[in-house]
Design a protein around this ligand. Structure first.
Ligand SMILES: [Zn+2]
Length: 130
C-alpha cells in the first residue's frame, strides 16, 4: 500500500518512544497502515484493543491529513482510558435505552474531548523538555 507522510520505520520509533513515556510497557503494541472507508467522516486513526492478551494495534491512515504523531498519541490515550471507557460506555448505553435518550452521544463527545486534552498536554510537555 502506498503510504504518504511518515515512513513505517519513523512511526514505529515514535510508537516505542510514546509507549515508554505513557507507561504502557506491559502492552504488546503495533501499528497497521490502513485505508479508512468511512463515508460519514474522514478518519485518521483507530485502535483495536485485546485486553486479555494485553495487545493493541494502532490503525493509521495511509493518507494522513493530521500530524501523525498527534494521532498516534491520541490513540494511545484511548488505550490508557480503555478500561474506564468500556465501563462508562456500558452505563451510558444502558441509560440511552431508557429515559435518558442521547446520553451515549454525549458520553462519546466527553470522552473525545478528554482524550484530545490529554493528547495535547502530553505532546506539549514533551516538546518543552526536548
Ligand atoms: Zn478518539
Amino acid at each position: 500500500m502506498n503510504k504518504k507522510g511518515l515512513t513505517i520505520k519513523e512511526l514505529n520509533s515514535l510508537l516505542k518512544f510514546w509507549q515508554k513515556r505513557l507507561l504502557l510497557n506491559n502492552w504488546d503494541l503495533s501499528i497497521r497502515i490502513v485505508e479508512f472507508k468511512r463515508k460519514d467522516y474522514k478518519q485518521s486513526g483507530d485502535i483495536k484493543v485485546f485486553p486479555r492478551k494485553k495487545k493493541a494495534v494502532v490503525l493509521l491512515t495511509n493518507n494522513p491529513f493530521r500530524n501523525e504523531e498527534s494521532v498516534l498519541v491520541h490513540e494511545l490515550v484511548h488505550l490508557i482510558l480503555w478500561d474506564f471507557d468500556i465501563f462508562s460506555e456500558k452505563l451510558a448505553l444502558e441509560n440511552s435505552k431508557t429515559k435518558l435518550k442521547g446520553k451515549h452521544g454525549q458520553y462519546m463527545e466527553k470522552l473525545e474531548s478528554t482524550v484530545e486534552h490529554l493528547t495535547k498536554a502530553f505532546l506539549k510537555n514533551h516538546r518543552n523538555i526536548r
